[in-house]
Design a protein around this ligand. Structure first.
Ligand code: AP5
Ligand code: MG
Length: 225
């Protein structure tokens, strides 16, 4: 039986964090925890928390650390993650979030932080063509991976739309915040010998293969193999 894994995915907007996190969560049979998807579900539910989050999401600002940390802490106490692990997608995104995560995971810690590397020209093209299912969050691209029936999700039949934050202004702001707040985490995880850098170019299958190779190596090493 596959022993699970404790992973997080770093990478700028459009690097393929969500695309790879879904695949890794299936491969290692662990939950995919996407803070962005959780916020978008809360927005759709119309809850007070969702209304608060929407003000930040729509303009590409980061949701304040205390809200995000509380949400992830609650999720990581459930038994599925404590037994088998998780793939975190979009968390942490600031140094205080990384510090909080380190505390939450003690004494086991992470297996690996995977940084998916891609240049900004490529992410702008990917985000402009991205469409998502409002119900299950599946990703599509109008250029190379459209839904079989236009506007309808192949997986669940939900409506496929452009994300509210895939506008020029919000994308620019998200990339600025990535450089300022999130890019420093690459050095933070490297100092702790927890980082692997993966080339994000190539097909989604090729990128998954590169990640799995590194993760398996690390898990084997940490098991003393
Ligand atoms: P979030 O939902 O995490 O968005 P993001 O960081 O902007 O990242 P994206 O989802 O845009 O990119 P991705 O890397 O997942 O790429 P994808 O796989 O879709 O966060 C949204 C907002 O929530 C934030 O702005 C913030 O307000 C808030 N938030 C979330 N977490 C937070 C936190 N921790 N703290 C504070 N605030 C937080 O791929 C992109 C496209 O490329 C898709 O169309 C896909 O099909 C395509 N693609 C992917 N891989 C490939 C490939 N190999 N080849 C060709 N196409 C590919
Ligand atoms: Mg995503």
């Amino acid at each position: 039986m596959n022993p699970g894994a404790r992973l997080l995915i770093l990478g700028k907007q459009g690097a393929g964090k969500g695309t790879q996190a879904v695949r890794l969560s299936r491969h290692y049979v662990v939950p995919h925890i996407s803070t962005g998807d959780t916020f978008r579900q809360a927005v759709r539910s119309g809850s007070e928390f969702g209304q608060k989050a929407k003000q930040y999401l729509d303009v590409g600002e980061l949701v304040p650390d205390e809200l995000v940390i509380g949400m992830v802490r609650e999720r990581l106490t459930r038994s599925d993650t404590s037994h088998r692990g998780f793939v975190l997608d979009g968390f942490p995104r600031t140094v205080p979030q990384a510090e909080a995560l380190e505390d939450m995971l003690a004494p086991n810690g992470l297996h690996l932080a995977v940084d998916i590397e891609i240049d900004t020209g490529m992410v702008l093209a990917r985000l402009a063509s991205r469409r998502v299912c409002v119900d299950c969050g599946a990703n599509y691209s109008v250029i190379d991976n459209p839904p079989r029936v236009p506007g309808l999700c192949d997986v669940c039949g939900g409506e496929v739309v452009q994300r509210d934050d895939d506008t020029e202004g919000a994308i620019r702001r998200r990339l600025e915040l990535y450089d300022r707040e999130t890019a420093p985490l690459i050095a933070w995880y490297a100092e702790r010998q927890l980082l692997t850098r993966i080339d994000g170019l190539g097909t989604p299958d090729e990128v998954t293969e590169r990640i799995v190779l590194e993760v398996d190596r690390r898990i084997l090493r940490s098991a003393g193999g």
